[in-house]
Design a protein around this ligand. Structure first.
Ligand code: DNO
Length: 356
């Protein structure tokens, strides 16, 4: 298991590599190259420039989060083949640059959604929160606007401004697409890219839909154990795997996260784990919480134990943190609470190792 932190290059992060290097037990970062438009090839030069900066700070860059999928692939348009060829080339370039795990998502139009990026907590911290009725009351453009406007000037992954002008038309497009068609488009993509992932030794790791229920009439597929089984069976290669995000799947109270972890880690299909906790106030309303089990609804010990017991050898990152100690940072991605989370998770891991 390797503990890493998400980090954004080109000065688009309040957290420095030096700070990350000083967190005990954190060996690397999950990076992205936000300047490259979705659908374009990531060149070896662009990848190695960032990798060299990360390596020079004493950290590894074995994980990329994310190379986003062009909407034409998800829509199944004839132009998808061009974008799939670019994705294949990007996988090759990543593999040749030492990247071993590629996190991506296959959510239509939107990435994750929250109704508030600075929701106050009794202890004076702020967190990302989701209130279903508030999200439904917004039109998608307003939701996007509120996320971009509240990001303190940092880019918000999944909410890139260039996506916004076509968002309404894209949402409209999906209203007439069946979920079966969407699965088919996913399989078409996987069958084309997995051979490249195998050849260049880059494990593909799909992120669950967040939240794991439909909003704005968009299909959602990576939402529960049954659908994950369907997804993994689309292509049985071990390179067709998961980013198991406890907070995304855990938003649905019907999902038993330790059991999901145990099943898919046991099958060696989890390559990356995003571990965070959430606290519900209603079935579709939740606040992101501190990582500690008693701060949220998820049993972190049971989750980490499921990974440990199944011999997990992938990457873990403490997912979103609260904003504490007056830190000013990209919402969810401050230094302090994620550092605390990493130490807690590493502590559980050490206790499990020594308790054998
Ligand atoms: C949210 C992140 C997601 C994730 C993508 C992967 O903070 O976990 O944006 O990176 O869904 O493509």
């Amino acid at each position: 298991m390797k503990m890493i932190l998400r980090w954004f290059p080109y000065g688009d992060d309040s957290v420095t590599l030096k700070q990350i290097r000083q967190i005990p037990g954190v060996s690397g970062v999950a990076a992205m190259l936000p300047k490259i438009p979705v659908g374009e090839i990531w060149s070896v030069e662009q990848i190695t420039e960032v990798r060299d900066e990360v390596n020079a700070a004493g950290l590894e860059m074995e994980v990329i989060e994310s190379v986003n999928i062009h909407e034409d692939i998800k829509k199944g348009l004839p132009t998808r083949d061009k974008y799939i060829a670019n994705y294949q080339r990007t996988i090759k370039n990543l593999g040749e640059s030492g990247v071993r795990c590629l996190c991506y998502n296959f959510m239509p139009v939107l990435d994750w959604a929250r109704s508030d990026l600075e929701h106050s907590q009794p202890d004076g911290s702020t967190v990302l929160s989701y209130r279903h009725k508030e999200v439904l009351a917004l039109n998608p453009a307003d939701l996007a606007g509120s996320i971009i406007d509240n990001a303190h000037g940092y880019s918000m992954p999944g909410w890139e401004p260039e996506r916004m002008p076509v968002m309404a038309a894209d949402i409209e497009f999906y209203q007439s697409m069946t979920t079966e068609q969407y699965w088919y488009n996913m399989r078409y993509f996987l069958d084309a890219v997995i051979p490249y992932a195998e050849k260049y030794d880059v494990k593909l790791a799909i992120h669950p839909d967040d939240p794991p229920w439909p909003i704005f009439g968009l299909p959602k597929v990576i939402t529960n154990a049954e659908n994950i089984r369907t997804f993994l069976a689309l292509n049985n290669s071990p390179y067709n795997g998961l980013t198991l995000c406890t907070g995304s799947l855990g938003s649905d109270l019907n999902n038993d996260i330790p059991s999901i972890m145990r099943e898919f880690s046991g099958e060696k299909r989890i390559h990356f784990a995003h571990i965070r906790n959430i606290k519900h106030s209603a079935p579709k309303d939740f606040d992101e919480s501190a990582h500690l089990s008693k701060c949220g609804d998820l049993d972190m010990f049971a989750i980490v134990k499921a990974l440990f017991d199944t011999g997990f050898e992938g990457y873990i990152r403490p997912d979103h943190g609260r904003m504490i100690w007056d830190e000013k940072a990209r919402p969810g991605y401050g230094l302090y609470d994620r550092a605390l989370g990493s130490q807690y998770l590493l502590g559980i891991w050490e206790a499990l190792e020594k308790g054998r």
